[in-house]
Design a protein around this ligand. Structure first.
Ligand code: ADP
Ligand code: MG
Length: 265
């Protein structure tokens, strides 16, 4: 947990400092999932602060995706706890976890290619409840505004009427992030969001994620260390389902355990 000391008010004893604890949005304790005896995530404890942008790295098979699967309810842990603010997520089905304010983006984009950008955003708004309901769904000014605002943020404002199938790979990834943003989650989980993107699109995505993190917490799984450096304050390194190292980009890059795992083989 990060702490920040702030000066006490003028009328208080000037030597008194008040210690504020940044609020945690997610607290994971002793989390384990075992697939036929193989522990993909093994006794993992970590926490994420409100409005933090955390990056998770680790070699293939480290358990990164499985961790996100457990947070969003796709995979049920064998033991341990995942608390989102005051709510224990490990007992909730996926749709209730979404309603709590947790949004998850998978590795491969899952947009409706035959629908326009605007339509994809619209059907992702919770009240719309799927493709069919949204056809009969009344477009209120607030909903139009929300779609317009998100389209602006994901750099697709000029493409609202474009069929999504015609977007570049990077733009499809942004659209999927937008489809989460219209739900206004407090925590976003993104699995390798810049995979397959051009260098320019990566830069733009870094800016996008930093802007999102002004108002929400983000957990981003990523391999590309240049991209990690451009967005991360704090990095968590997983290896064989366990927490190997945690700290600033510099700290983890200079951690002998991390160097051993990445270069030692
Ligand atoms: P990462 O995302 O870090 O590359 P994963 O979380 O996808 O790693 O996988 C971690 C390990 O767990 C891998 O060895 C993978 O084969 C295994 N695994 C993941 N899901 C399952 C499953 N449903 N059944 C069996 N093994 C799984
Ligand atoms: Mg993965």
């Amino acid at each position: 947990m990060t702490t920040a000391a702030i000066d006490a008010p003028m009328n208080a004893n000037p030597t008194t400092k008040r210690v504020l604890h940044a609020a945690q949005i997610l607290s994971i304790e002793n989390l384990t999932v075992s697939f036929d005896g193989f522990k993909a995530v093994d006794n993992l404890s970590m926490s994420i602060d409100e409005k933090e942008l955390r990056v998770i790295i680790g070699p293939n098979g480290a358990g990164k995706t499985t961790l996100l699967d457990m947070i969003c309810g796709k995979t049920t842990p064998t033991s341990g706890s995942i608390r989102f603010r005051d709510v224990e997520l490990t007992r909730l089905p996926e749709f209730k976890i979404v309603r709590q304010g947790v949004g998850r983006k998978f590795q491969t984009p899952s947009i409706y290619e035959d629908l326009t950008v605007g339509e994809n955003l619209e059907i992702s708004i919770p009240q719309a409840h799927g493709v069919w309901a949204s056809i009969f769904f009344k477009r209120t000014p607030q909903i139009k505004e929300r779609i317009g605002g998100v389209a602006e943020q994901i750099m697709l404002a000029d493409h609202l009427r474009t069929k999504s199938g015609r977007l570049s790979h990077g733009q499809k990834q942004w659209l999927e992030i937008g489809m989460l943003l219209v739900q206004d989650p407090d925590l976003l989980l993104l699995d390798e969001p810049v995979a397959g993107m051009s260098p320019r699109e990566r830069e733009q995505t870094a800016e996008l994620l930093k802007t999102i993190a002004l108002g929400k917490s983000l957990v981003v799984i990523e391999h590309d260390m240049d991209f990690v450096k451009s967005i991360a304050n704090k990095v968590t390194v997983l290896h064989q389902g366990r927490l190997l190292s945690e700290g600033s980009v510099d700290q983890v890059q200079n951690d002998p355990r991390v160097i051993e795992v990445y270069l030692g083989h």
